[in-house]
Every structure is written in structure tokens, then in C-alpha cells.
Design a protein around this ligand. Structure first.
Ligand code: GCU
Length: 624
């Protein structure tokens, strides 16, 4: 397996992990068309020596994208220039520009930027220099939506996709420029276009900016770039990929706590090695017993420790099996927004822990991380506290260009970046490739291509998608409705998931949900990946009155009866844990630009429906 560079990524059709986006975002101009320095993303970031570049950065707003479309010295923001007799007029000055705290979204950082969508340039100085025997990467956990990175005025990387990491090797640059203060400039452009992922319409706030941490990561010249572990029967398979000049035919030693002895193996000509451990005597990971072990991988120059759980997830007919036993997914869906009176995109580890703790309090063993890759620490926390996760990329609704090679390349890149980042996390049990996408040949081919990539990168997990537009085949009695899953994409999925809003969207009331039943035409597990209703916390009244907590609770009561009776249903992830920000939710009395389908208010107050679902999960857990 070669280190993916931009060129061989293009050949293989898959943008590699960390390989910068292949084409500029349609509708956006960048300063120039460089050949970005692609690099293999250093895996297992928390296990690495790294310096946070978070904190105060300067920023310049460019609402007309002038610097991007008409670059001249007067506004080449990527350069740290000041006006002199030689430079003449320079119409910006980083040292006197406004400041913003990174990571974070600009929408909540500055009130006047709440609705701003467009390019913002960020700048900070970093003290860095060559480090003998080490390579240095700039590592961005996420920039929404499209990023361009300059160091000392030279463009060094470009990435598209607001929720996955990318990195650029700056070793050679620092060797050339030497130790000292360097000017790092990042352009974040939050605009979406006809060929982006997601497209132009989505039901969440488009928080722009450097929304997760930035790191200066140091690794040995030849380093352990990727460790991928998964359970096969009673054996733990560990794949190791080295990166650097001494990757080939190198000795790799791997040890597992609780297993005592270390085993050694030599890498092949591509720097790749695989080892197996007999883990018969070790404990299996599960939400009830989130047992983790330390996997230590070392070479002559590098050492990396991964914390892993030993668990197997698979299907058998219409069942999902965890460690060989049927499991019922007591789930909830969740956007990446912290509790608080105003939501923000950045969710710290403590805030993520609070959200997952609320899911545990609800009685969950499963969380759907909607609708995009959440921060890396979420899966690590779920490993620790015991929650299974559904992870997904934002191929969302109908405004995705399913016939565009550019859009397909983006979806494949994002999926690869997500899988490469989290495929050793026990908590992640499902990869989802789409949400509510319209049934068409182009869409099905598009998603089948992404699915094939996932199966190649990670054969150890289940693949799903949240489907809708299912067919009402009509019941036998008046008023009855039988919704049958007929989406052709189901043939390529392991778990067929459907979103349905009977009793909220459409003409039925919760009292008529009992007339609706669901049928899965595939001999596969079925789960409900969404249902719900809006309710403003504290708004109480007759249960027939929409927007009351009472209506939402009634809808949950009636829907759960149908869920419980649906044949082959392996679980549910109702929509959703907490009210979340969306510019599409305009009702002045009940929404105020919040989607109110949360079981919990933004400040953390539990609505009546929370307790309805909690009781259902208590019953399901006790009868398991
Ligand atoms: C859809 C969609 C969600 C959206 C929800 C809603 O099912 O998947 O992203 O928020 O409906 O209407 O609230």
C-alpha cells in the first residue's frame, strides 16, 4: 500500500486520507491553482507528541471574495505584508486585524457574523523550525467548509469537507526556512455549491470557520501512520502501516495488555504488516461492559499506544449480533452541538461527555451521530462509557449532484477520512453513506461506489443509510397504511434504516399512527433512524395541540407501539436528543430558528417525551 499522494489518489479515484481536496469548490476561486503537498495523515492523533495551535488568531472577512478572485499585493492576505516604499499600498495589516478564538465558529464568536457565509482568512504566527530526526505536520481536525492553507505566503494545502481531518507535512519547508516565527494563514470558506457535500440545503446551522483544533504534530522520519485493529473470531487482527524512508522490511512489535507477550513481525516492501492475537481469554467490549485494552505498536524509531475494545458486530438474517448475541439498538440521534442557551459548532470533550451521558441516562446503548462526522473524541468517549455509534457523511437530501464526478470524489474522500480516523474504535458499529436521498439510478450508483470503498477500507462494520420515500402499499382496512421499504439501495446495505414522521408531517395525528405499519422487503435487519415531533420545552396543553410537550409525548407513545410490533425491527434512533440550531425553522412562537424535535431543550431540560422513551428503553433492557 503506497503512501497516497494526490496523483495516485486521482488514479485510484479515491482521495486519500489527508490528501487535499482534488478540485476547488465550484463557484469559489482560490488564490492560485497549486499542486497541494499531499501527505498521509498521522493516525491516532491523541497518541502523538503535538502542540496545539488553538487560541487567539487574527481574522479578515472577505465577503465579496475579492482576494480569492482578484489577488494582488494590496490584498494577498496569505502574505504577512506591510506598507513600505517597495510594496506600496497594502490594504490590510494582520497585526491590527480583529481577533477570534480558535477552535470555534465565527457565527457565534461575533454576533454580526451570525449569518455570514463566505470566506474568512485567519492568521497566527507559529514558532517552529527543523527538528533533527523528526517530521512535522500541520494537522487540522476540521475546517468548515473549504480550507486553503499558506505558510509564509506559500500555499501548502487545500481541503474540502467541513467535518474530517487533513494534514500537511511541513518538514521540508521548515528545513528550508529554518527556525523562527512563521506566518500561518488559513482561508475558511463556508459557502456550499451545486456540487458540494452537503449541497445547498440542509437542516442544521452552517457554522463556518476553523471549528476544531489545529495541531503541530511531530513524528519520527519513519513513523507508524496507521494502526487498524478488529476482531475476527477469537483473534485480534492488527494491520500496521509505516510511512517514511525506512518503512519497508522494518520490524514491528505489537503488544496487547492482558496478553503479556509482545509479538514481532516485519513489514513488506510497502511498509505494511499484519499480526494476529489469540484473544480467547480476554473480555469482549459492549455498552454494558466497555472493556478497553492497550495495544502498543513499536518500531525502531516510533511507539504508539491505542486503546481498543474487542467486539464483533454482524448480522444474521434480520438480527444484529453483538459478540454473537442478538442486540436491540436503544438509540437516539444527535447533532454535534453542546448544551447551552446558544449552540456552537465546537463541542469540547467535556461537552461531548455531557451529551453522551444524557443519552446513557435516557437508557441508550446506541447513538446516531447525525449528519456528518463528529469530532474524533466523541468515538473515544463512547468507547469508554459504552455506547455503540452510527457514523455518517453528509450526503443529505436531494440537492447532491449525484451525476457529478467531483461530488462523488468528495463523498469518497470524506468517507475515507472518517473511516481511516475511526475504524479502530469499538463504539463505531455502523457507517452510514446517506440520509433521505431521492431514489434514482444516479444516486444508487453514486452510493454503491461509496459503499464499495467502505467495504474495502473496513470489512468489520455494518453499512447502512437512512432511507425514505418508501412506498405506501395500502392496507387491507380503511385508513390503514402499510409503508414498505422498496429503496433499491437496500440491496447494498447490511441494515435497512428508515426515517418516518407519521403523526407530525402529513395528515395523521398521533392517534392514527396505529393504522400505520412498516414492512421490510429485504431479509435484513430494519431500524427506525428517525421519527419525532417538535415541542417547545415548557409549552404544555392538550395532547392534541401541536408544539406542546404533551403532543410530542403522545406521538412517542403511539409510535413506540408500532415500533415494538414491527417484524425484524432491531432498534431505533428517534429524532433527536437536543433541540438544535437551524436557519430553516422559522416559526416565531415555537422555533425561532431552532429545530424543536429534541427530547431535551438547549439548556438541558428534559421534555415529557424523554420519559416516555426512557420507560420504553427500561422495559426493553429488562426484557433483553
Ligand atoms: C429529516 C432529516 C433531519 C431533519 C428532520 C426534521 O428527517 O433527516 O435532518 O432535521 O427531518 O424535519 O426535523
Amino acid at each position: 500500500m503506497k503512501t497516497l499522494t494526490r496523483r495516485n489518489a486521482l488514479k485510484s479515484g479515491i482521495a486519500g486520507a489527508g490528501v487535499a481536496a482534488i478540485l476547488p469548490v465550484a463557484g469559489q476561486a482560490f488564490a492560485q491553482e497549486p499542486d497541494p503537498i499531499a501527505a498521509s495523515l498521522p493516525g491516532n492523533l491523541p497518541g502523538r507528541e503535538r502542540r496545539a495551535l488553538d487560541g487567539t488568531w487574527r481574522y479578515i472577512l472577505d465577503p465579496f471574495d475579492v482576494a480569492g478572485r482578484k489577488p494582488t499585493g494590496r490584498r494577498s492576505f496569505w502574505q504577512n505584508r506591510i506598507e513600505t516604499a517597495e510594496t506600496g499600498l497594502i490594504e490590510y495589516e494582520w497585526s491590527s486585524s480583529d481577533q477570534m478564538t480558535i477552535p470555534g465558529d465565527w457565527n457565534t464568536a461575533e454576533p454580526e457574523l451570525h449569518y455570514y457565509e463566505g470566506p474568512v482568512y485567519f492568521q497566527r504566527e507559529i514558532n517552529a523550525g527543523p527538528r533533527p530526526g523528526l517530521r512535522q505536520f500541520l494537522y487540522f481536525e476540521a475546517v468548515n467548509y473549504a480550507a486553503t492553507v499558506w505558510l509564509d505566503g506559500a500555499e501548502i494545502a487545500r481541503h474540502e469537507g467541513g467535518f474530517t481531518p487533513f494534514a500537511v507535512d511541513i518538514t521540508d519547508i521548515l528545513a528550508r526556512t529554518g527556525a523562527g516565527t512563521h506566518s500561518l494563514v488559513v482561508r475558511a470558506d463556508s459557502r456550499h455549491g451545486p456540487e458540494t457535500v452537503p449541497g445547498l440545503d440542509f437542516d442544521w446551522k452552517n457554522w463556518g470557520g476553523i471549528t476544531r483544533s489545529v495541531w503541530l504534530v511531530e513524528v519520527p522520519v519513519t513513523f507508524i501512520q496507521d494502526v487498524y485493529s478488529r476482531l475476527e473470531g477469537d483473534h485480534l487482527l492488527v494491520d500496521v502501516q509505516l510511512d517514511g524512508p525506512s518503512s519497508a522490511n522494518a520490524e514491528v512489535s505489537i503488544a496487547l495488555t492482558g496478553d503479556g507477550n509482545a509479538s514481532s513481525v516485519s513489514t513488506d516492501g510497502e511498509g505494511r504488516a499484519q499480526l494476529q492475537f489469540d484473544v480467547t481469554g480476554l473480555q469482549r467490549w459492549s455498552p454494558d461492559n466497555p472493556q478497553l485494552y492497550e495495544l502498543t505498536v513499536s518500531t525502531a524509531s516510533d511507539r504508539l499506544v491505542e486503546r481498543i475494545g474487542l467486539r464483533k458486530i454482524e448480522t444474521r438474517g434480520r438480527e444484529v449480533l453483538l459478540n454473537g448475541e442478538p442486540v436491540y439498538l436503544r438509540g437516539i440521534s444527535m447533532h454535534e452541538e453542546a448544551f447551552g442557551p446558544e449552540a456552537t459548532r465546537e463541542v469540547s470533550q467535556a461537552e461531548a461527555r455531557a451529551l453522551l451521558a444524557e443519552a446513557k441516562a435516557l437508557g441508550c446503548n446506541f447513538v446516531r451521530l447525525a449528519h456528518y462526522p463528529h469530532a474524533e473524541h466523541v468515538a473515544r468517549l463512547a468507547d469508554e462509557i459504552g455506547l455503540m455509534l452510527w457514523a455518517e457523511i453528509p450526503v443529505y437530501w436531494e440537492e447532491i449532484a449525484y451525476d457529478s464526478p467531483r461530488t462523488l470524489a468528495l463523498a469518497r474522500q470524506m468517507m475515507r477520512e472518517l473511516v481511516m480516523r475511526d475504524r479502530s474504535r469499538a463504539s463505531v458499529v455502523m457507517w452510514s453513506v446517506a440520509n433521505e436521498t431521492p431514489q434514482s439510478d444516479a444516486r444508487t450508483r453514486f452510493l454503491e461506489t461509496v459503499i464499495a470503498d467502505v467495504r474495502a477500507l473496513d470489512p468489520s462494520r455494518l453499512i447502512t443509510a437512512a432511507l425514505n420515500k418508501n412506498v405506501d402499499v395500502g392496507g387491507v382496512r380503511d385508513g390503514e397504511k402499510v409503508i414498505e421499504v422498496r429503496d433499491p439501495l437496500g440491496a447494498s446495505l447490511d441494515v435497512v434504516a428508515i426515517n418516518q414522521y407519521e403523526g407530525w408531517y402529513g395528515e395523521r395525528t398521533p392517534g392514527e399512527i396505529a393504522q400505520v405499519s412498516f414492512r421490510n422487503t429485504y431479509d435484513k435487519p430494519l431500524m427506525f433512524s428517525e421519527f419525532g415531533a417538535g415541542a417547545l420545552y415548557g409549552h404544555r396543553g392538550a395532547r392534541e395541540e401541536r408544539w406542546t410537550e404533551d403532543y410530542q409525548a403522545w406521538l412517542y407513545e403511539e409510535t413506540l407501539k408500532v415500533v415494538a410490533e414491527t417484524p425484524g425491527c432491531v432498534g431505533l434512533a428517534p429524532w433527536l436528543l437536543k433541540d438544535f440550531r437551524s436557519p430553516r425553522r422559522w416559526h416565531g412562537r415555537f422555533q425561532n430558528l431552532w429545530n424543536r424535535k429534541g427530547l431535551v431543550s438547549p439548556e438541558g431540560h428534559r421534555k415529557q417525551a424523554f420519559f416516555v422513551l426512557q420507560e420504553y428503553y427500561r422495559m426493553k433492557a429488562s426484557s433483553a
